[in-house]
Write a protein that binds this ligand. Structure first.
Ligand code: IYR
Length: 222
């Protein structure tokens, strides 16, 4: 291509930083995400939650069926009901259901059946997976594919979006989670998948002193 004559000095335009730099920068951001159980009461705007959910909703999914619903709860009465439901399941878990090995594995985290954070965190995002598509105007419902993979990816993207927004999260899985569908009056084809308390970190905000596996242990190149 013939270049136009230039009178001013020019330098090469570099459109984007090299991938090596961008990749490492993202790592430095995301490695600071921690599962948090100590939230501040400080409110988070609905708009913030909306944009983060919009980001999650761009996730890839089987045949693009987008088999997810995100129910964002800030109503104190609903949060109380969710806490009560979760604590009932957790008491069962800690007192009966958990194996000794499981309890030993959890000991370093210092968790117990008390889930006060479910009332303190300004938002509880309850993620549902869709076992069928939403009904069309005639009531027909279609198939969905790779639902756990799709919703899991969307949740990962949601955690990234919330972290990027400066918020903290917990991936909470009181099990079984049927009580969430009942409290929130969800239709038959929606199944609870994950409960994500969201907010600002409490003061103090203590997290367990965990370590992550070294890179060499989690990856292999061939
Ligand atoms: N759901 C319980 C127990 C629990 C289980 C796992 I696996 C964790 O990583 C953390 C907690 C609770 O939330 O206390």
């Amino acid at each position: 291509m013939a270049l136009p004559p230039r009178t001013e000095p020019h330098v090469a335009f570099i459109p984007k930083q090299p991938p090596e730099v961008a990749a490492q920068e993202f790592y430095e951001i995301i490695r600071r995400r921690r599962s948090v159980r100590m939230f501040a009461e400080r409110p988070v705007s609905e708009e913030t939650i909306r944009w983060c959910l919009a980001a999650a909703g761009t996730a890839p999914s089987g045949a693009n069926k987008q088999p997810w619903r995100f129910v964002a709860v800030s109503d104190p009465a609903l949060k109380r009901q969710i806490r009560e439901g979760a604590e009932a399941e957790e008491r069962e878990f800690y007192e009966r259901r958990a194996t000794p090995e499981w309890l030993a594995d959890l000991a370093p985290l210092g968790t117990d059946a008390n889930k006060e954070f479910l009332e303190i965190a300004p938002w509880l995002i309850v993620v549902f997976k869709l076992m069928k598509t939403d009904p069309d105007p005639t009531g027909e419902q279609g198939q969905v594919y790779y639902v756990n993979e799709s919703v899991g990816i969307a949740c990962g993207m949601l955690l990234c979006a919330l972290h990027h927004a400066g918020l903290v999260t917990l991936t909470h899985t009181p099990s079984p989670m049927k009580f969430l569908a009942e409290i929130l009056g969800r239709p038959e084809h929606e199944r609870p998948y994950l409960l994500i308390p969201v907010g600002y970190p409490g003061e103090p905000c203590l997290v367990p002193a965990i370590t992550r596996k070294p890179m060499s242990e989690i990856m292999e190149f061939r």
